[in-house]
Design a protein around this ligand. Sequence first.
Ligand SMILES: [Zn+2]
Length: 674
Amino acid sequence: MTNPFLAPSTLPYGMPPFADITDDDYRPAFEIGMQEHLDEIRAITVKRDVPTFENTLIPLEKAGQTLERVATVFFNKVSADGNDATAALEEEIAPLLAAHSDAIRLDSQLYWRIKTIHDQLDELGLDDESRYLVERYYAEFTIAGAGLDDTEKEKLRDFNQQLSTLTTRFEKNLLADTNDLAIVIEDAADLAGLEPGEISAAAEAAKDRGLDGKYLVTLVLPTGHPWLSSLTDRGVRERIMTASRSRGNRGGEWDTNQLVLDITRLRAERARLLGFASHADWVIADETAKNPGNVAAMLDKLAIPAARNAKTEQADLEAQAGHPIEAHDWAFYSEKVRQAKYDVDTAQMRPYFEAERVLQSGVFYAATKLYGITFTERDDIPAYHPDVRVFEVKNEDGSPVGLYTLDLYTRDSKRGGAWMNSLISQSQLLGHPVVVTNNLNVPKPAVGEPTLLTYDEVNTFFHEFGHALHGLFARVTYPKFAGTNTFRDFVEFPSQVNEMWMLWPEVLENYAVHYQTGEPMPKEFVEKIQASSAFNEGFATSEYLAAALLDQAWHTITADDSVTDVAAFEAAALAKVGLDNPAVPTRYSSTYFQHVMSTSAYDAGYYSYIWSEVLDADTVEWFKSNGGLTRENGDRFRSRLLGVGGSKDPLEAFRDFRGRDADIQPLLDRRGLN
Ligand SMILES: [Zn+2]
């Protein structure tokens, strides 16, 4: 038997040959794939010829295909249908892959060739996409440190090593402290307000720790806890909030203060070694925002109105409560006000969200209206799990777009959350078509029962399908630019935009029909949702912005700054932007800001969520003022934005689509921040 990863698939659309793949095939394919990739790179650098686009960039883009094939299928498997064997292999293979990509990105010979080509870029007469390819490679290699001399590279490895140890320790300490801080409740009466299922979960959690007969409230990230909105005992709420905010900040074994100082200082020193003023300058150089100044300008525009609105909301809550509102009261009273003022109960909407109808008459229907594409189920093409459905997507004229596969249901072997990934990434250079997958985690109903989605699940469905369209529509030459291979602060934009069609009247009427009676969903359900859409946004925006600004503050320190007191630094950073209202604590405090102090890779990038939402809100505004759900609008969005994938500067593509740079006003309107 030959290993199925060693040759390109012969199935329609290059679908990986899942029926032939076994768990034993991954490891040898990874080993062969990495070696082959290094050999291909060596074949480029070993030559003594003058570096050209043809003899360097083209073979570089063609290199590593076996590795690409196995990695794509393996990481899809690990997240969507993993087992003990794949989990063990992942742990083993992850550091090898990191070292493999470092070996290439820090290769001095390869860097010299790329730099030589980049230095004469204007004289080469390359087409736009090829030119951008050179620019991207040059930027990525430079930012990674390929241009450093050997002593400096040694230092860089040392920084990386130390940071890897410290960030891992941060995660470990945080997890341990979070567990230690779980709150023991002696009497069930103290948990009044919770659902019976939540109380029994708390009893179960206590039992797991040998505390039979008691109740345990375990902490979660971020600062807020989901039970704070329903627990009626103010003292218990306060205990939870206090414990939550003290994580990593209690002295002793699991304290993270020194780790925060060491991690941010080392990152600043590493940035200096790499030629950047700060860690944020280094990270954001490779994002669409380009520099921390642009990020600060955007966040600052939002901070003042968000803090002001939170104050107004606080006054409303105080009127309801009859006493001053503290951090541990906010969720409880805002839930009361929400119910009194808007009477929104999304649970009533479920019978109108039958999954198959949402898919065919909602998600697909909107895409057909916008882009003219059609979907045909292909039972003859096997996927990686029997639950996965495969659809062939075609243009209006019948020409192929690609395959869309949908893995809707939750199962023990699947990770939580929802996501999109590519099984085959389109590229002209390699002659690759495109296959994309959406994963959701909808509980499977009993046999014979319909799958009724929640409001949030429908929203997630439209969101993930937006990523899928981005992957399906990209038509690029180079594999590097395929589909969703774009910047972190841009990649959520197309998916956020696609959410707008969920409640678009023409789409909603078409799919939101009662699964038993066939009645359309009452209009007031949606009207209530829309009326309440800006409710509590002052709070939500403030707590998010506080965290995003804190992330920027920690990562714009320079190697010459010396910060010695985490709490004082945090307080000063928040006061400076007016986000220091004690009733609205930051979504994460420094000592438990896992996104940016660990290996999660959102360091200096926590701003991304709202950065792409600015583009999203402005685009939604454009669709609305141009007639909404029309082929003309869809074609423009597809050809100027989705279709270009990562093959040009995303903000340039946005400008081309929108006719100007993004305006922040629609986001301010959406969040009621005017
Ligand atoms: Zn997303």
